[in-house]
Design a binder for this molecule. Sequence first.
Ligand SMILES: N[C@@H](CCC(=O)N[C@@H](CS)C(=O)NCC(=O)O)C(=O)O
Length: 182
Amino acid sequence: MTLEEKNLRYSLIEEDLSHLSPELLALHPEGKVPLLIHSGEVIHESSIINEYLDEISGVPYLMPTDPLARAKVRLWTYWCDQLLKPDLDRFKYEWKSLSESEQELLKTRIQAHLLKLSQALEKNLFLMGDQLTLADIHVFPFYRQLQKSHPDFSNLFQVSLIDIWLNRVTSRPSFERVMRKS
Ligand SMILES: N[C@@H](CCC(=O)N[C@@H](CS)C(=O)NCC(=O)O)C(=O)O
């Protein structure tokens, strides 16, 4: 989506994550996607790829210029990778094997994540204000995954605000274009 927002030319290679290709394993230390190859150099980690793409190209910039705002974008990506993603993965892949008390704890944690998101969206169209930034691009796929799994505990707080934000992001032409290509 960053490539599309920035109008950069690219070709997309899909990976079957259940059978990682030898090419990917040779390029990435842990065999993970996404991975960017640019000018013969390999870059991984989606937040690093996104910042790199933003820096090597022109407008529209998806990273703010103000140092505090930049730190806040990175705090969103850090929160997403360190807290939201691990909890979503446990919810998606381990829910049935969890005890009732573990399920309750996980539910409470995910509700706290949703509350954080909805509070950020109370006054803003996007996570950082009225402009799309790398924070939105990094975080929205995880909420999209959660929404698709229809948890019976997400309809608390202002989840509708998060749904509206998700819709705002995924109705952008950049998202539609990248989904058509993948
Ligand atoms: N922190 C990494 C996470 C990368 C990651 O976990 N990718 C998953 C797909 S979303 C993957 O490649 N899984 C395959 C595997 O672990 O074998 C990033 O943001 O790029």
